[in-house]
Design a protein around this ligand. Structure first.
Ligand code: NI
Length: 141
């Protein structure tokens, strides 16, 4: 027996049209997959909001910075070494002569990885920083 169930949703015509436009721009082949992704994203956010700071979570951090800027690369490296236990992997891309993009996957206690992600992004000289709060997915259907 399949675990799939169908359900009907009443929506404003214009709202649905905009959602369908969005889905087609993003390359979704059907509405169901788009709605499943929205629901999963909402559940991951809820998992984060409800998380005990000690529970295991994952964060993907991206930062863009100029490696010529005084002691910035050293500061960013120092922050990562202070919490080396939660830095699962790091990818460094030299964007041009000056700019670097670093992508870090942090895995560990929710509180610790959020703290490190926030510190990296807010370090003076980081031009653009983003954090994706995600999950190991083990409790996600
Ligand atoms: Ni670089």
């Amino acid at each position: 027996m399949s675990n799939l169930i169908r359900f009907g949703v009443s929506l404003d015509r214009e709202l649905l049209k905009r959602f369908d436009d969005y889905l087609s721009e993003k390359g979704y082949e059907n509405r169901s997959e788009g709605i499943r992704d929205l629901i999963r994203d909402t559940l991951v956010r809820r998992e984060w909001e409800a998380a005990d700071p000690k529970e295991e979570r994952m964060v993907v951090v991206s930062i863009v910075y100029d490696h010529h800027e005084s002691d910035l690369p050293a500061k960013l490296t120092e922050l990562q070494h202070e919490q080396h236990g939660v830095v699962h992997s790091a990818l460094h891309i030299h964007l041009d002569r000056h700019k670097c993009l670093e992508i870090l996957v942090l895995r560990g206690a929710a509180g610790a990885i959020l703290d490190l992600g926030n510190k990296l992004i807010s370090t003076r000289g980081v031009r653009h920083g983003k954090m994706i709060l995600t999950t190991t997915g083990k409790d996600l259907p």
